[in-house]
Design a protein around this ligand. Structure first.
Ligand code: 5AD
Ligand code: SF4
Length: 472
């Protein structure tokens, strides 16, 4: 048994990471043929992408996927720790699964992802969820086949969570959700330790993948006809720093762009490491999408300091305007937290005024959530819950106003759209995303294929989407 430990998870040293190739234990290949699994994913793109690997590992064991958890022989929750409501959702699901397990005692239940890295969660599972069959963490996903095998053979709870990241495992299998857009990890972990954030504890220190491994994966995706790749990392801008003396995200982006892949995206960027060279490369290549997620978190320098964000309001704005002025038609989105401990009405007003200045195309807004073990958890919090809700509401009104204003400016223009399928909300309409990452619902008389990039004329703007028609 390996239990999570935050003290250990916090430590960062210059250990060398070994690149190791994954190999599947051939003895257990297809051992569970005929069995079914249901995998529920919470949280960010990193988790979504991990679930693509988990799916592939389960399929290698012989499991096949089902859409309803009632039909599954194995239920696995890939969890998220970022805010308390993510926790609550996973525990709510566990409550429902408990009922099912009472009717189906042979049902296997597993928990993985970021919550598995939290000592308090695992403690709770050990005490109150003895019926959960296995738990594994973000650093040892590759061991899943053996953990399941052991849980079944030994008929006892398996807790296998490493607090310190291990080697960089390459060659893990993946079953991609889409055949036209793909996620590619470029860096794991985060060393920034923003005071509110649990990620540096659950995902470990920054570890870049070797550029050769990334480029090989991109080549394969191009060969398979993929149109869009999103380079993933908690902080992609730190790419290469732990591995190379002179090879950065700017170099990687340029090398990938030259391969001619139609669409390249990357996320998430911390404003701290956003270099001029990166801005130049993004501006230079048409296939690097003009869409940047640049989390600000707060418009108050005082709060930014308490958050440990490493930039002031002024420094952020300088970067923001440089990006806007240099990259043609770029759209910028952000993340904002309200109600951080010590946030006064004046501080909040500074956030509102920053939003008025930046006029974001999209923004994810959150109420500060205390995460056990993070420095901000210990800060005195004077803002009442009602006040936090109120601030969120006022902030949302302002951000929504600009989403619509920005969208209205696009009426009458033609945007390139990567077709994703039929719109779920609007009959007979396709949907897809523009280069600037706007959701577009559109009509088309001629037949078009999912995965094609087509020109769409924008006919009307909404707050969160645009309507249009195919230019035929
Ligand atoms: N409370 C609220 N929001 C948080 N985020 C990260 N940690 C917290 C927290 N403790 C938000 C940040 C980050 C996004 C992924 O989630 O805005 O950019
Ligand atoms: Fe969390 Fe900050 Fe790292 Fe983003 S940069 S994952 S907010 S610690």
């Amino acid at each position: 048994m390996h239990l999570p430990d935050y003290k250990e998870a916090r430590t960062r040293d210059r250990r060398d990471y070994h690149r190791v190739d994954f190999s599947f234990d051939s003895e257990i290949k297809n051992k569970y043929a005929g069995k079914t699994f249901y995998l529920k994913t919470y949280g960010c793109q990193m988790n979504e992408h991990d679930s693509e690997t988990i799916t592939a590992l389960l399929i290698s064991l012989g499991f096949s996927a089902v859409l309803d958890y009632h039909d599954a022989d194995l239920i696995l929750l890939n969890t998220c720790s970022i805010r308390e409501n993510a926790h609550n959702k996973a525990f709510g699901m566990l409550g429902r699964i408990k009922h099912l397990k009472q009717q189906k005692p042979d049902l296997l239940v597993g928990i993985c992802g970021c919550m598995a890295q939290e000592a308090s969660v695992v403690d709770d599972i050990l005490k109150n969820y003895r019926w959960v069959n296995f738990v594994f963490g973000t650093h040892n996903m590759y061991q899943l086949p053996n953990i399941i095998d052991k849980a079944i053979e030994e008929q006892k709870q398996q807790i296998e969570v490493f607090s310190r990241e291990g080697d960089l495992v390459e060659g893990l299998p993946v079953v991609r959700t889409n055949s036209y857009k793909a996620y590619v990890n470029i860096i794991y972990g985060c060393d920034k330790f923003c005071t509110y954030c649990i990620v540096p504890y659950t995902r470990g220190r920054e570890r870049s993948r070797a550029k050769e491994d990334i480029l090989k994966e991109i080549d394969e995706l191009i060969q398979d006809g993929y149109q869009e790749v999103t380079l993933l990392g908690q902080n992609v801008n730190a790419y290469g720093k732990d591995l190379y003396s002179d090879y950065t995200l700017a170099n990687l982006l340029e090398e990938i762009a030259k391969k001619g892949l139609p669409r390249i995206r990357f996320m998430t960027s911390h404003p701290w490491d956003f270099t001029d060279q990166m801005i130049e490369v993004i501006a230079k290549y048409d296939n690097i999408m003009p869409s940047i997620h640049l989390p600000v978190q707060s418009g108050s320098s005082k709060i930014l300091k308490l958050m440990g964000r490493r930039y002031t309001r002024e420094e952020y704005l300088k970067l923001f305007h440089k990006i806007k002025d240099t990259i043609p038609k770029v759209s910028v989105s952000t993340d904002i937290i309200v109600g951080f401990p010590g946030e006064s009405e004046e501080d909040f007003q500074e956030t509102l005024s920053l939003v008025h200045e930046c006029q974001y195309d999209n923004a994810y807004t959150f109420i500060f959530s205390k995460r056990e073990g993070t420095p901000a958890c210990k800060l005195k919090d004077f803002v009442s819950e009602e006040e936090k809700e109120e601030r969120l509401h006022r902030l949302n009104e302002v951000v929504n106003y600009y989403f619509l204003e920005n969208n209205k400016r696009l009426e009458g223009t033609v945007l390139p759209v990567l077709v994703e399928g039929f719109s779920s909300k609007k009959e007979d309409m396709y949907f897809g995303y523009s280069d600037t990452n706007k959701l577009i619902n559109f009509t088309a008389n001629s037949k078009i294929q999912v995965g094609e990039i087509v020109p769409v004329k924008i006919t009307s703007a909404k707050t969160w989407s645009l309507d249009g028609e195919l230019v035929e």
